[in-house]
Design a protein around this ligand. Structure first.
Ligand code: AMP
Length: 289
């Protein structure tokens, strides 16, 4: 497997593959991979001739009191997992390659970045949009893959691609879960045994909320109260937010609509976990299944 650290080398690789008419699928990650990341990789292999995965813990998307320093990193393990999926090239840029001295241009998608996680993590989506735009410019993918677990992130990236006429497609894929339903996340590795067993309440409460909606509940406030009540029973949980929004605009709504996102962020100790459920146009819900 080739691990590329330099932007110039990455560009060279891409130039060579494009000259041969190969299509490029791209999966941006922060590493410490799990089956959720690998589902994106597998899908990219189905769609494209070449798959590039990036591993970069992006400093600009972490707040000053967040977990940048202790974010889990294990590049050798990541490489083994990717090699087993058939990945032959991984882009692991050095921070100074991505943010050389003097750089000062940012990409902002303000309307979609304001609420949900963006409201509580100021600057987070500016950091995400900027690094993803840079990666798109370096890798020039035909298709880039994102997970629905980070639903707001996928919305921000789609908007950026549309607004800036970037020549690629974005695909967002369903959340991959542990057998008990907890959304897979690199941050799950921080959880103590007790926190891990309590964290299942996130997907369970979303699933139960989905059941209430199926049975006719229309009030967003009642859904929020229900989810807060369920999570509030867990001694280790501290709710950051529980929101019901329009899944396209991400604006708050009072009544459940056909295209609704229920999203939440909850701390277990210092570990902030997110999850969501989408109620689609035909009234069905996708994830948690
Ligand atoms: P991260 O390494 O956490 O920045 O995630 C890299 C990509 O993997 C993002 O597009 C995430 O949305 C996606 N991802 C993370 N967790 C999951 C999951 N459980 N299921 C599917 N995709 C995921």
């Amino acid at each position: 497997m080739e691990v590329i650290k330099r932007v110039s080398q990455m560009r060279e690789f891409i130039r060579d593959r494009k000259a041969r008419g190969r299509t490029i699928g791209f999966v941006p990650t922060m590493g410490y991979l799990h089956a959720g990341h690998l589902s994106l990789v597998r899908r990219a292999f189905r769609d494209c001739d070449e798959v590039v995965v990036s591993i970069f813990v992006n400093p600009t998307q972490f707040g000053p009191r967040e977990d940048f320093g202790r974010y889990p990193r294990d590049i050798e393990r990541d490489k083994r997992m990717l090699a087993a999926c058939g990945v032959r090239v991984v882009f692991c840029p050095l921070p100074r390659e991505m943010y050389p001295e003097g750089c000062g241009t940012y990409v902002d998608v303000p309307r979609l970045s304001r609420g949900l996680c963006g409201g509580l993590r100021p600057g987070h989506f500016q950091g995400v949009a900027t690094v993803v735009a840079k990666l798109f410019n370096i890798i020039s993918p035909d298709i880039a893959y994102f997970g629905q677990k980070d639903f707001q992130q996928a919305c921000v990236i789609r908007r950026m691609v549309k607004d800036l006429n970037m020549p690629l497609r974005i695909k967002a894929l369903p959340t991959v879960r542990e057998p008990d339903g907890l959304a897979m996340s690199s941050r799950n590795s921080y959880l103590s045994r007790q926190q891990r067993s309590q964290a299942v309440v996130l997907c369970q409460s979303l699933k139960q909320a989905k059941g209430l909606i199926k049975n006719g509940e229309k009030s967003a406030a009642k859904i929020i109260r229900f989810i807060r009540g369920r999570i509030g029973r867990m001694s280790q949980a501290r709710i950051d937010y529980v929101s019901v929004v329009n899944a396209q605009t991400l604006g708050s709504i009072k009544q459940i609509e056909k295209n609704t996102l229920i999203a939440l962020a909850v701390y277990f100790g210092d570990t902030r976990l997110i999850d969501n459920v989408i109620i689609t146009r035909d009234g069905h819900c996708v994830c948690p299944r």
